[in-house]
Design a protein around this ligand. Structure first.
Ligand code: UD1
Length: 371
């Protein structure tokens, strides 16, 4: 019998953990076929941005930690590559799996591809068509050099085909981040997150804002915080603040005036999704939260001009507000209107995506010959 094939999963930032955890768990269930190895680049390193997710999602300690930390894009990406290359040379994996669109994603994919190690991209084919977003560059390049393109929405396939990727490399397995949500749902509901924060179900809005296009502009950031003050005339506002946003608010002395706008430190997975589940609506510029709210049926308002996840607008509960913070004041009225709107969950957002993904790998003779 041949030995199990070694699959190295590389994660780096908060949103990577929920996309990769179910895949690593599924690979571990099939130990006859696979030997999973987890590498954490250390792009996110605060306990609140990293450690709590490893614990709550039962990922455990990564097998290897590269400790790259923060830095400008070039330096951060280069540091991942420099530290990952000797590790991959030593491990000689049959496949490297990368999720999402962060700097660690492209860095790991590029390192593996240059060592002629097959690469699998989880969440392939998403496009915002906005190349000023660092994530768009990361998505485009990662998809070009990946051998296995795992998609979770219908337009992803079209995007990949249009960019010349071969149909045989594209596998519509569904949404592994939703696998995590499905697996954790009973624990999330048991928490009473709203109650524990002194909030009343459906009487508050959850806010997350961290994109450079918004929070690196003191003008837009000040307008956004004024918008939260406006919402708070109707609803409580709870805002777990990303470290980048916290630093920019402090530097420009921007703070909400209303007592009903609560700034919190970043939350763990269970507490955050607990708050989202009980919310009247969510205001965000995140990618993944547009998907989680669609799955949960919670109205989501995205403060960006574009989304790489149009399926959440077309089928789901997401509305694009534009990068236009003065519109935040409309959120209470938009929530009332959103309750009337029919929404459905896209195909493959069902808790079984990781199983389908690992089935593809088991049938594809990974390690023998890339697609
Ligand atoms: C990164 C991803 C973004 C993703 C986000 C989720 C890229 C290009 N961006 O953005 O797509 O939506 O993660 O959070 O990869 N910091 C800390 N502690 C940490 C991590 C970061 O304080 O644990 C601070 C540092 O000041 C750092 C800044 O946050 O400079 C930005 O961190 P970085 O990893 O560069 O990008 P994010 O903005 O988190």
């Amino acid at each position: 019998m041949s030995s199990p094939r070694r699959v190295v999963s590389v994660v780096g930032t908060r949103p990577n953990f929920m996309k990769t955890a179910p895949v690593v768990a599924e690979l571990a269930r099939r130990r006859d076929l696979f030997e999973p190895v987890l590498v954490h680049t250390g792009q996110h390193y605060d306990d609140a941005m990293s450690q709590i997710f490893l614990e709550e999602l039962d990922i455990g300690a990564p097998d290897h930690f590269l400790d790259v930390g923060s830095g400008p894009h070039g330096a951060q990406t280069a540091r991942v590559m420099e530290r990952l290359e000797p590790l991959l040379q030593e491990l000689q994996p049959d496949l490297v799996l990368v999720p999402g669109d962060v700097n660690s994603t492209i860095a790991a994919a590029l390192t593996a591809a240059k060592l002629n190690i097959p690469v699998g991209h989880i969440e392939a084919g998403l496009r915002s068509w906005d190349r000023t977003m660092p994530e768009e560059i990361n998505r485009l390049l990662t998809d070009q050099i990946s051998d296995y393109l795992f998609t979770h929405s219908p337009e992803a396939r079209d995007n990949l085909l249009r960019e010349g990727r071969p149909a045989e490399a594209i596998h519509a397995v569904g949404n592994t981040m939703i696998d995590t949500l499905v697996a954790m749902r009973s624990r999330i509901e048991a928490l009473d997150a709203a109650g524990s924060h002194g909030l009343q179900d459906r009487h508050y809005v959850v806010v997350t804002l961290h994109r450079p296009a918004l929070v690196d502009s003191p003008h837009l950031l000040a307008q956004a915080i004024a918008g939260l003050d406006a919402i708070s005339q109707d609803l409580d506002v709870v805002f777990p603040v990303h470290p980048r946003t916290r630093a920019n608010m402090a530097a420009a002395a921007i703070a909400p005036a209303s007592q009903r706008v609560r700034l919190l430190d970043p939350l763990g997975y269970l507490d955050f999704l607990g708050l989202v589940s009980g919310a009247a609506g969510v205001l965000t510029d995140s990618g993944g939260i547009q998907e989680e709210t669609t799955y949960l049926g919670i109205p989501c308002f995205t403060l960006r001009d574009t989304t790489e996840r149009p399926v959440t607008v077309e089928y789901g509960t997401n509305t694009l507000l534009g990068l236009n913070p003065p519109r935040i004041g409309e959120v209470p009225a938009l929530i009332a209107a959103a309750r009337e709107r029919p929404a459905r969950v896209p195909e493959g957002w069902d808790g079984a995506a990781a199983e389908r993904l690992v089935n593809v790998l088991s049938q594809a003779a990974v390690g023998a010959a890339p697609v």
